[in-house]
Design a protein around this ligand. Structure first.
Ligand SMILES: Cc1cc2nc3c(=O)[nH]c(=O)nc-3n(C[C@H](O)[C@H](O)[C@H](O)COP(=O)(O)OP(=O)(O)OC[C@H]3O[C@@H](n4cnc5c(N)ncnc54)[C@H](O)[C@@H]3O)c2cc1C
Length: 451
């Protein structure tokens, strides 16, 4: 958009990632149109990143008219397989069995994040809303508005400013809104698991069924080991692709293997695949995207604050300030185990809309409902951080604990990773015989217990 930004709005959403866009759609659906959504990027990101939408999130998306369109772009996965390196299923996380009686969306829905963003953006545009995109809409500052008791003025790199009553930081893990508001962002529960991971979207030289047996149903496979895992997820294919389906692979890299490159190449990936993937020889034919990242968790100390608030002061001495919220990655980050980050963020957004709308329409300036929302969402983030870290830690600790129980004679404790892996596989196989454990795992990841 080349026209100037409005100088005032009721709600300013900073960040048009999936979370910011979900909020914009939800506000429009509630009949609120006095908002602006800005993003520093000219175009939406076209990398896949998150790839699963769980039942609770699909139910939330249904309330804003997005679920039906999104579902047809997804693969509906009944379960996730935890496999041995020889390709045998040890344990299944059963989504369908757990959810068929309690949700309209009883699957884990596999869809690359760029498709989710495309569907959300189209819905937003249908509602007549455009995102103000481009470098000149990068937020660079925020201060209390002179002469106003309940607004703040947000400054953009292009020199424009917008005065807003509600400012929503949906601006990702490095949130500028969070930094300016002075909200801290700390790990509530440091994970003991491997903290460096690599992730890629690739094409394999072999057709799918020969790679890992369960994958002909397009369901996710995870090969666990005492030091991490290899994840394997075919994406839904859209049209005929001569290269075969795009497949997400991800693995933890143990510290003894050194620091992976920022964008691991085919050779690096093939070595990792051979070390942690299936025993059956398979060749990666092409890397489409590849990245390294560190797994860590952090949550904000508050989802909501008043800016400048009690500790700040407007130029004219008025103390209250604008309502500032943080949602999505701006409020919480965690390891990707269980694919929870995007899901939690979308729910933060969709559940914020009615809270904002009723606050805007109320005649009091009482913050009770805003604080209640903020406290609840923070609790939800803590649950999800516990879940994601617990999944990673348990894989590591089960292996470690069993090995620690072995006698330290004749080198038995040094039996190494393969024996740990064998014990871990045996433990998982045992658990996998228990239907209620498989269903409980599916229900936990669905988000229905912690919407
Ligand atoms: C490699 C990778 C793999 C991942 N895998 C998974 C997974 O398997 N499962 C899962 O659940 N999650 C995964 N995630 C995380 C998931 O992608 C995020 O949880 C999700 O993108 C969060 O959405 P968001 O809208 O909160 O933030 P973002 O997607 O980061 O969007 C924030 C937006 O704010 C804009 N912005 C930032 N600063 C400013 C500013 N100052 N002014 C204006 N605009 C600004 C940015 O341009 C961006 O568009 C992965 C992430 C990565 C990088």
């Amino acid at each position: 958009m080349s026209r100037p930004l409005p100088s005032r709005t009721t709600i300013l959403i900073v960040g048009a990632g999936p979370v910011g866009i979900s909020l914009a759609i939800a506000l429009s659906k509630q009949g609120v149109n006095d908002f602006i959504i800005v993003d520093k990027l000219e175009h939406t990101a076209n990398t896949s990143r998150a790839f699963s939408i769980h039942a609770a999130t699909m139910e939330a998306l249904d309330t804003i008219g997005v679920a039906d369109t999104l579902v047809i772009r997804c693969t509906a996965a009944h379960c996730t397989h935890l496999c041995s390196r020889s390709g045998a299923t040890l344990f299944t996380i059963d989504f369908y069995d757990a959810l068929q009686k309690c949700s309209k969306f009883p699957y884990s829905y596999i869809v690359p994040q760029n498709i989710t963003e495309e569907v959300l953006t189209r819905r937003l545009n249908e509602l007549g809303v455009e995102v103000w995109r481009g470098e000149k809409y990068r937020v660079v500052g925020m201060k209390g508005t002179k002469g106003s008791e309940d607004t703040a003025t947000v400054e953009f790199s292009g020199g424009e400013t917008v005065e807003a009553k509600y400012i929503i930081g949906a601006d990702g893990a490095r949130s500028v809104i969070r930094q300016i508001s002075g909200i801290s962002f700390n790990d509530p529960r440091p994970s003991k698991s491997s903290s460096q991971m690599i992730v890629a979207d690739v094409h394999f030289a072999q057709p799918l069924p020969s790679l890992l047996p369960p994958c002909h149903e397009n369901e996710m496979c995870l090969i666990p080991s005492a030091t991490g895992f290899m994840l394997f997820e075919p994406f839904p294919s859209e049209g005929s692709d001569l290269k075969g389906p795009l497949i997400r692979i991800a693995t933890a890299i143990p510290p003894e293997m050194g620091t992976p490159p920022d964008h691991p190449d085919l050779e690096y990936w093939q070595a990792a695949w051979d070390k942690f993937g299936p025993y059956k020889e398979s060749k990666i034919a092409e890397i489409v995207t590849s990245a390294r990242f560190r797994t860590h968790s952090a949550v904000v100390d508050r989802y909501f604050t008043r800016f400048p608030g009690d500790t700040g002061k407007n130029d004219d001495g008025v103390r209250k300030g604008a309502a500032v919220f943080l949602i999505g990655d701006a409020a919480h980050v965690h390891p990707p185990a269980g694919g929870q980050g995007l899901n939690l963020g979308i729910r933060d957004a969709i559940y914020l809309a009615p809270v904002l709308v009723s606050h805007i329409r109320s005649t009091t300036d009482d913050d009770t409902s805003l604080l209640a929302y903020a406290n609840l969402r923070r609790q939800r983030a803590l649950v999800v951080i516990g879940l994601a870290n617990g999944m990673l830690d348990s894989v590591l600790l089960v292996g470690d604990k069993i090995v620690q129980m072995l006698p330290d004679t004749m080198g038995i404790r040094r039996v190494g990773e393969e024996v740990q892996r064998g014990l871990l596989e045996w433990g998982l196989w045992g658990l996998g015989r228990l239907g209620w454990v498989r269903r409980k795992a599916g229900y936990s990841l669905s988000g229905l217990g912690h919407r």
